[in-house]
Each structure stands twice: as structure tokens, then as C-alpha cells.
Design a protein around this ligand. Structure first.
Ligand SMILES: NC(=O)c1ccc[n+]([C@@H]2O[C@H](COP(=O)([O-])OP(=O)(O)OC[C@H]3O[C@@H](n4cnc5c(N)ncnc54)[C@H](OP(=O)(O)O)[C@@H]3O)[C@@H](O)[C@H]2O)c1
Length: 280
């Protein structure tokens, strides 16, 4: 992978930061994208320690021209792009009927539409040079019908389908796509932040560390893997069962405690919104 050029979206904190560091450690030249530029800049020292290029672009991936802006920034900062890691995502953790149209559209745009359009914009140059890897960070949410994730789960399952078709269509030209399907992640990312903010407890036996996700991304790129599920054994079993028996989803959510946990999180998010509105 050394000296390849890669874009990583959502690299300002959370899992994306770990993915970016893992790629920098392999001396991949990086364009890191998110909204919060100061947080992206925390990866600047990687330039010196890894002797690699680390550039930043502060772009809102929920904007209608976001993919064009990222492609333009990549052309300016990297020239060509060999690898795209679509990692950025937003998940509101509220009951679906409380989301307004703009909120639903933002989730779909950041989590699904921008990754697809950006892949499309980068594809011709990958085909021309005969190498490309597009890694889409997905989630188990849709597969197991995780509570209150309707728009997010639709996007994440959409990314799996997108990766499979893209891979089949272009792999003969050594331009390929992979989906990384994540369960809950601890020590970094939205899941951990939620536990920290709310004080709620989750079974860490079902969670993986972000470094494991970063290693899966590296493996997907190096070995061109179609799909990597990053979850401990019991979670993988649950995914397989839900694929076979989707009708048991709500019972599984009750038994696993997901329904109770996510109801509390949704209540917390709703209360936080109201307190922000009251203070305005
Ligand atoms: N954490 C988990 O347990 C878990 C489980 C399953 C799947 N995943 C997947 O793993 C990936 C990373 O999740 P995470 O937990 O690390 O999330 P996170 O901690 O919330 O980080 C999200 C990243 O995306 C960026 N982002 C969000 N909205 C954006 C926007 N409108 N424009 C540009 N950048 C935006 C954020 O940066 P800015 O705020 O600076 O823009 C941040 O860098 C996601 O694809 C998620 O679906 C995570």
C-alpha cells in the first residue's frame, strides 16, 4: 500500500481517526475529510513520523455538492486517488417518527448518497490507471433490525448492496469494493460516546476495539475482501440468525436488551433536544 493515495472520510475523531492512523502507518498518502478542521489537524504529526502526506479538507458531506468538493480537494491535494474509505456517518439515535424530513435526508445523504456519488466520481481515474479500492464502512444495524435506526440502517444496508454490485462490475479491471460490517465498537466512536454521555451500561463482550476495525480496513484493501464482519462470535451468530429468521427481530431486541438500552438513549436524545431549544 505504500505511496498509494487515499481519502478517508470522517477522520476527525471516532473510528475514522484509527483508520487514518493505520493507513498513515503504512505510508499511504492521505486526504482526510470531515467538518471539524481542528480535529482533523490532530493527525498532522503523522506527516513527520510516517514521512507521508496528510492533507485535510473541511467539507460537510451532507451538502448537495459534497462529493464534487471532496473529489476536487483530492485532485488538488493528492492528484490521483487509489483508495476511498467511506467512513463518515451520522446516526441520530431518536425514534423514527420524531425525525423531520431534513434530518432523514441528512442521514441518507451523509451515510449513503455522498459515498455513492463520490465513488462514481473517482471511478474513471481508477479504471484508467487499472487500480482502485473502495471500502464502505457499514453496520449490523439493518441486519438485526437494531431499534430506532430506520434511516441509518437503510443507508448501511444500502452500502452493502452498493459494494457488492460495484465489486462485481469492475473487479476484472482491478477496481474493487469491500464492505466492512461493524457491530458495536468500544473506546472510540458514537457507541462509546453514547455510553459515556448517558451513563448507560452495555455488554462489552459484544463490542470490538477500533484498532480491530482499522486492521479490517487494511486487510480489505490489501487482500481485496468482499465483506468483513467485525464482531465477536455471539454477535455474528445473531446476524446469521436474523438473516435466516428476520421475523424474530423484535423478540431478539427484547431478549438482548437492545430495546431497553436504545429506548433510554432515544429518551436522552429527545430530552437533550428540548433542553437546547429551551435555552435558545
Ligand atoms: N461506533 C460504533 O459502535 C459503530 C457501529 C457500527 C458501525 N459504525 C460505523 O463506523 C463509522 C464511524 O462511526 P463512529 O462511531 O466513529 O462515528 P463518530 O464517532 O460519530 O464519527 C463520525 C465521523 O464522521 C464525521 N461526520 C459526521 N457527519 C459529517 C458531515 N455531515 N460531514 C462530514 N463529516 C461528517 C465526523 O466528523 P465531523 O463531526 O468533524 O464532521 C466524524 O469524523 C460509521 O460509518 C458508522 O456507521 C460505528
Amino acid at each position: 500500500m505504500e505511496a498509494r493515495n487515499a481519502i478517508v472520510t470522517g477522520a476527525s475523531y471516532g473510528i475514522g481517526e484509527h483508520i487514518a492512523r493505520a493507513l498513515a502507518a503504512r505510508r499511504v498518502n492521505l486526504l482526510l475529510v470531515a467538518r471539524w478542521e481542528a480535529a482533523l489537524a490532530r493527525l498532522e504529526p503523522e506527516r513527520r513520523t510516517r514521512h507521508t502526506k496528510v492533507e485535510f479538507a473541511a467539507i460537510d458531506l451532507g451538502g448537495p455538492r459534497a462529493a464534487d468538493e471532496v473529489a476536487q480537494a483530492a485532485a488538488t491535494e493528492l492528484g490521483t486517488v487509489d483508495v476511498l474509505v467511506n467512513n463518515a456517518a451520522v446516526e441520530l439515535q431518536r425514534r423514527f417518527h420524531t425525525l423531520d424530513t431534513d434530518e432523514i435526508e441528512t442521514v441518507l445523504r451523509v451515510d449513503l448518497i455522498t459515498p455513492i456519488v463520490l465513488s462514481r466520481l473517482l471511478l474513471p481515474q481508477m479504471l484508467e490507471r487499472g487500480y482502485g479500492r473502495i471500502v464502505n464502512i457499514s453496520a449490523i444495524a439493518g441486519r438485526v433490525g437494531f431499534p430506532f435506526t430506520e434511516a441509518y440502517a437503510a443507508s448501511k444496508d444500502g452500502l452493502i448492496a452498493f459494494s457488492r454490485v460495484l465489486r462485481n462490475d469492475y473487479r476484472s479491471a482491478d477496481v474493487s469494493a469491500s464492505a466492512i460490517v461493524l457491530g458495536a465498537v468500544r473506546d472510540a466512536g458514537l457507541g462509546q460516546r453514547t455510553l459515556d454521555e448517558t451513563g448507560l451500561k452495555a455488554n462489552t463482550a459484544f463490542m470490538v476495539k477500533p484498532d480491530k476495525v482499522a486492521r479490517a480496513v487494511v486487510r480489505a484493501i490489501e487482500r481485496d475482501k468482499a465483506e468483513i464482519v467485525v464482531m465477536p462470535g455471539p454477535g455474528r451468530l445473531m446476524k446469521a440468525l436474523m438473516d435466516l429468521f428476520p421475523g424474530f427481530g423484535s423478540a431478539m431486541n427484547r431478549i438482548s436488551g437492545a430495546e431497553k438500552l436504545m429506548s433510554s438513549v432515544a429518551d436522552y436524545r429527545e430530552a437533550s433536544r428540548h433542553s437546547v431549544r429551551m435555552s435558545m
